[in-house]
Ligand binder design. Structure first.
Ligand SMILES: [Cu+2]
Length: 629
């Protein structure tokens, strides 16, 4: 292990217990600590009473030992629609919020009101998901954990969605009052990378129940409308219906409650959302499709597609004494765990056939960056594989790589061909060196950023079966192409150039020196609907990295720290998260199409996001001209 660790020191333990007592007494919020005189003007816990936030952090703590590769990988079940469809939902869904019936939404579904030509009726596919406490075993050596999960699953169920087929997801909140130390029973589910109307997007202020809003103080459910439409369907500069070349594939959903996202997601509130169309169809035998690895189970659309496997990566820390999941409510900079989980299990194994597989890798945070290699452990060599997507986007052409790098919320789809490795054992290995929540020690690509092959963190073991297997998927050595294989989309003239500086101000996380307020009410800037803008994202916080995420629309990365991004670069094309590395100024091109309303821009290190590194922008008919919001 490259992280310097030792058993919990007496001081660290005292500090941790004292903090736990404050938490149990409900006194951990900023204003409580200020009242008790336990917080310095700079925002740090004072060094007295063994409370200092510099004492107890992941660097100095170690989880109890756990065995590696003794439990199989779990592939989350695919969520099935409500039998009987929309008529079976009670109360019946409405376009305007049904506050009297217990709904927590505050604005009408704009798709039905504004675009009746595209969305003439409520959608046929209806899902009902209950957020609740659940008992989960993450390792045979650790006690059963009390986690929170959509439908009691960690990760939550995977949604399968189809372009052109709108969905309504009713999320019910049945989380318990007793949070076991962290987490808040107010939720706000964001569909990450989705082109989603604002009221269904999971804007951080749209949580329910909300005790400060009389109409939704006791709300128990929230209807999210996911139109699953192509971005640009209604904008003036695009053909009707949008551009198929902008189809998305691997999305995910997670809680986004303002100020509490890190806790609620750490506790389990996240899952995959996969979008299909006629080309990326989950059927490798379909000659009209892209023939990515995938076999469907007959006519059952909601059976998990074989050979197409989502992998949700999380790192977690467990209490040395009682083995319970540990979350430090006083940590504001970033939390690293020393246990690596894939789909909710610590270091599982996966038995694979000697053929090609598609893996959809997601960095589920809260703060870790990864650089993932396929390692032959005996020889300590890295085996090349194919990167076929970056975030929600298939690459115009796949890239042969020896690793993929991920910041929190980034996704990379890769294809591994196990046919040459029949009977062997291989590993997914993270070799990126990261000593604390700041980010990797060096920018990705720097020679000092990596541990030696075999000396990193092993995440997942592949046990390749002997012999041969049927494989009808595309042979990537032939360099097949997908969307945008001939031309990239035209870029409109930006209406405005804006600049955003990501900074550390008085030990708080800011954008252009501004703090995101607790009630999400401040509109930092306004964007004209169906316009384009160019943004400069500047990392002005020495020594820290920030994964920057903008809701509703993707961007094109024009320049990474001044260097143009061109064909052959996995970041060429469209992108959802910008990995803002040490000292960088990255330039992105954005379009804001179709929807109106409120959306955020924020750092996706969830500790930074919860500690104010977020801005709200609203889309309306005029926009503003504020170049430095
Ligand atoms: Cu950050």
């Amino acid at each position: 292990m490259h992280l310097l660790k030792h058993r919990w020191s007496t001081l660290a333990k005292t500090s941790w217990r004292n903090r736990q007592e404050l938490i149990a007494a409900g006194m951990h919020r900023r204003r409580d600590l200020l009242k008790l005189g336990l917080l310095s003007a700079g925002g740090f816990l004072i060094a007295k009473h063994g409370l200092s936030s510099r004492v107890a952090n992941a660097k100095e703590m170690e989880s109890p030992p756990t065995p590696s590769f003794v439990e199989p990988l779990v592939i989350p079940a695919v969520k099935r629609p409500v039998p009987g469809g929309i008529a079976a939902l009670s109360p019946y869904p409405t376009i305007h919020p049904n506050n009297a019936g217990g709904e927590g939404r505050t604005r009408p579904h704009q798709a039905f009101l504004n675009y009746p030509q595209y969305f003439p009726a409520l959608p046929d596919k209806v899902f009902e998901t209950t957020y609740r406490e659940t008992l989960i075993r993450v390792s045979p050596r650790l006690p059963i954990q009390r986690l929170w999960g959509p439908d009691g699953m960690v990760p939550g169920p995977t949604y399968y969605a189809k372009y052109g087929e709108g969905m309504l997801v009713r999320n019910r909140n049945a989380l318990p009052a007793d949070n076991g130390g962290f987490g808040i029973r107010q939720i706000c589910t964001h569909l990450h990378n989705g082109h989603t109307p604002s009221e269904s997007d999971g804007f951080p202020g749209d949580y329910f129940p909300n005790p400060d809003h009389p109409a939704i103080a006791n709300a128990t459910f929230y209807d999210h409308h996911y139109p699953n439409c192509l971005a640009g369907f209604a904008s003036s500069h695009r053909s009707m219906g949008g551009d198929t070349n902008e189809s998305l594939s691997t999305l995910w959903y997670h809680d986004h409650r303002v100020g509490f996202t890190s806790q609620n997601v750490y506790k389990g509130l996240a899952g995959f959302y996969i979008l299909w169309n006629d080309y990326d169809c989950g059927d490798e035998t379909n000659a009209y499709g892209f023939r990515l690895p995938g076999v469907r189970d007959g006519a059952d659309f909601y059976a998990p597609v074989k050979y197409d496997v989502p992998l949700l990566l999380t790192d977690r820390l467990f209490d040395e004494d009682n083995g319970r999941l540990y979350f430090d409510l006083f940590e504001k900079d970033g939390i690293l765990g020393d246990k690596f989980l894939v789909n909710g299990k610590i270091q599982p194994y996966f038995v694979v056939e000697p053929r090609r597989y598609r893996f959809r890798i997601l960095d589920g945070g809260p703060s870790r960056f990864y650089q993932i290699f396929l390692t032959d452990k005996g020889a300590n060599t890295s085996i090349p594989y194919w990167q076929v997507a970056n975030d929600g986007n298939l690459l115009p052409r796949p890239c042969k790589v020896t690793s993929v790098a991920l910041a929190v919320a980034e996704r990379m789809d890769i294809v591994i061909d196990f046919s040459k490795w029949a009977g062997k054992t291989l590993y997914l290995e993270n070799r990126l060196l990261q000593g604390d929540g700041r980010g990797p020690d060096e920018n990705i690509g720097h020679p000092l950023s990596l541990a030696a092959p075999g000396a990193g963190d092993f995440l997942l073991q592949f046990r390749v079966k002997a012999g041969t297997a049927v494989d009808n998927s595309m042979d990537y050595e032939t360099m097949p192409s997908t969307y945008h294989c001939y031309t990239m989309p035209r870029r409109e003239i930006p209406r405005l150039y804006r600049n955003f500086r990501f900074e550390r101000t008085n030990n708080l996380w800011t954008i252009n020196q501004k703090l995101f307020p607790d009630d999400a009410s401040m509109v930092h800037f306004r964007i004209k609907q169906n316009s384009a803008e160019q943004w400069g994202l500047q990392n002005n916080s020495g020594g820290w990295m920030h994964p920057i995420h903008v809701h509703m629309e993707e961007h094109h990365l024009l320049r990474r720290n001044g260097v143009a991004v061109g064909p052959g670069n996995p970041e060429y094309g469209r992108k959802d998260v910008n990995r803002l590395q040490h000292g960088e100024l990255n330039t992105i091109f954005m379009r804001f199409r179709d929807w109106e309303g409120r959306y955020p821009l924020h750092c996706h290190n969830t500790l930074h996001e919860d500690n104010f590194m977020m801005m709200r922008w609203d889309v309306d008919q005029e926009g503003d001209t504020n170049k430095e919001p």
